[in-house]
Design a protein around this ligand. Structure first.
Ligand code: TRP
Length: 362
C-alpha cells in the first residue's frame, strides 16, 4: 500500500517550504541547509564486518561522508531482538565505531553516535506505531522469513518471534525520519525497510500534515557481488568470509584458501570468473588491475596471483587495522567521539520530536 505519488509529491514541496521558513525564522546556526542532502545509515553491531561489507558498504559510506552531512549510528537497539549479552553488545558497538574512524570517516561532516543514546528515537517509534498498519509489518521480509521457517518446521508461525523483531521496521522508520534524512544508503536486503519508512511518513503526513521528508533508499550500485572464499557471495551464513581487520597472518591464510579450479600455471585463466581477480579489483589501482588481467590471460599461476592479492590487501588495510587496534585499546577516546556525536544528533532529534509531539498531541 503506497501513498499516491501525486499526494506525496505535493506534501514534499509543502514540507520543504515549511522547513525553510522555520529555519530562517528561528535564526539558528543552520547545521544543515536545505540544499544539503542528508545521508543517514545505521550499522548493526554484530561483530567484525567482512571484506564484502567493507567494499559494498563501509568504504562507500566513508567516501560519502567527505561530501555530505551524514548521520551514522550504531544500531544497538536493533540488535536487542536477538542479542542477549550486554557486554558483547557494548564491545561490538565499540568495534563498529573504531572501524569507521579507522577507515577515515570524516568526523566533521559525519555525526557518529549510538542509536540508544538518543531517547527521542524510542519516543518517535512509539508515536509512529499509531499510524503504522499491522498488515505492513506482516509483510516485512525478515518477519516473513521467521514465520515461513516456523511453518516449514510445523511450529506456530510466531514461535520465537518477539515484538522487537516484529516492530523492527517501525524503529527503523523512526531512525530515518528523526534526522530528516534524504538518502539512506543500505544493502538490498534493507530496501523494503526504507520503503516502509516512506510509507509510514506518508501515512503520518496525510493525517497530521507535512511533518516528515520522504527518504530515498540508495542501494550500492557498482560494487556488484563480492565473492567469498568459495566463490559464492561473501556472507557470514556461507562461512566464506574474510574479516576486515584480520591480523596479517590470518588474512594471508584466508587468501591462500580461496578456491580455484585445477588450471595449472601457464594455462590461460578467465579473470572475470576468478574470485582472486574480483577481489583484487577492489583494492588495486587501475593499472595494477589491468596488469593482473593481462598476466592471468597469459597464464599466471593461482599461487602467484594470491600472493599479489594478499600483499595488496595487506598494504591497503594495515594502517587502518593498526588505528583500529589503537582505538580498541582506548575506549575512552571512542566514548568521547560517540558522546560528541550524540550531542550533535540530539539537537536535530529534539527538534523533530517536538514537531511530532505538537502535531499529535497539540
Ligand atoms: N536494519 C539495518 C541493518 O540490519 C540497520 C539499521 C537500523 C539502519 N536503522 C537503520 C539502516 C536506519 C539504515 C537506516 O543493516
Amino acid at each position: 500500500m503506497r501513498t499516491p505519488d501525486k499526494v506525496s509529491g505535493c506534501l514534499i514541496l509543502r514540507f520543504d517550504f515549511h522547513i525553510k521558513r522555520f529555519t530562517i525564522k528561528k535564526k539558528e546556526k543552520v547545521m544543515f541547509t536545505m540544499s544539503d542532502k542528508i545521508v543517514l545509515t545505521g550499522i548493526k553491531p554484530t561483530g567484525m564486518p567482512h571484506l564484502g561489507n567493507y567494499v559494498g558498504a563501509l568504504k562507500p559510506l566513508v567516501e560519502m561522508s567527505k561530501s555530505n552531512k551524514t548521520f551514522m549510528f550504531i544500531a544497538d537497539l536493533h540488535a536487542l531482538n536477538f542479542m542477549r549479552d550486554a557486554a558483547a553488545l557494548r564491545r561490538h558497538t565499540y568495534e563498529i565505531a573504531a572501524i569507521m574512524v579507522a577507515l577515515g570517516l570524516d568526523l566533521k561532516n559525519a555525526v557518529l553516535f549510538r542509536q540508544s543514546d538518543i531517547v527521542e528515537v524510542s519516543q518517535l517509534a512509539t508515536m509512529l506505531m499509531n499510524v503504522t498498519p499491522k498488515g505492513l509489518m506482516n509483510r516485512a521480509h525478515s518477519y516473513k522469513a521467521a514465520t515461513d521457517k516456523n511453518a516449514a518446521a510445523g511450529l506456530d508461525i510466531d514461535a520465537g518471534v518477539n515484538m522487537g523483531l516484529y516492530t523492527y521496521p517501525v524503529l527503523m522508520a523512526a531512525d530515518i525520519l528523526l534526522y530528516n534524512s534524504d538518502i539512506v544508503p543500505v544493502g538490498a536486503d534493507q530496501k523494503q525497510h526504507v520503503e516502509f519508512a516512506r510509507d509510514i511518513a506518508g501515512y503520518f503526513n496525510h493525517i497530521y500534515g507535512p511533518t516528515f521528508k520522504m527518504p530515498v533508499p540508495e542501494i550500492g550500485r557498482d560494487t556488484g557481488i563480492i565473492p567469498g572464499l568459495d566463490g559464492r557471495k561473501m556472507s557470514k551464513s556461507y562461512g566464506n568470509v574474510i574479516p576486515l581487520f584480520a591480523p596479517a597472518p590470518e588474512l594471508k591464510k584466508k587468501v591462500m584458501r580461496i578456491i580455484t579450479d585445477s588450471r595449472l600455471p601457464g594455462e590461460p585463466k578467465d579473470p572475470d570468473t576468478l574470485t582472486i581477480f574480483q577481489l583484487y579489483k577492489h583494492f588495486a589501482a587501475r593499472d595494477e588491475v589491468a596488469a593482473m588481467h593481462g598476466q592471468l590471460l597469459a597464464g599466471m599461476g593461482y599461487g602467484d596471483a594470491k600472493k599479489i592479492l594478499f600483499e595488496k590487501m595487506d598494504s591497503v588495510l594495515s594502517a587502518p587495522r593498526m588505528e583500529y587496534e589503537r582505538l580498541m585499546n582506548n575506549t575512552a577516546e571512542l566514548d568521547k567521539i560517540l558522546d560528541d556525536g550524540a550531542a550533535r544528533a540530539r539537537v536535530v532529534a529534539a527538534e523533530t520530536y517536538k514537531r511530532v509531539r505538537r502535531a499529535m498531541l497539540g
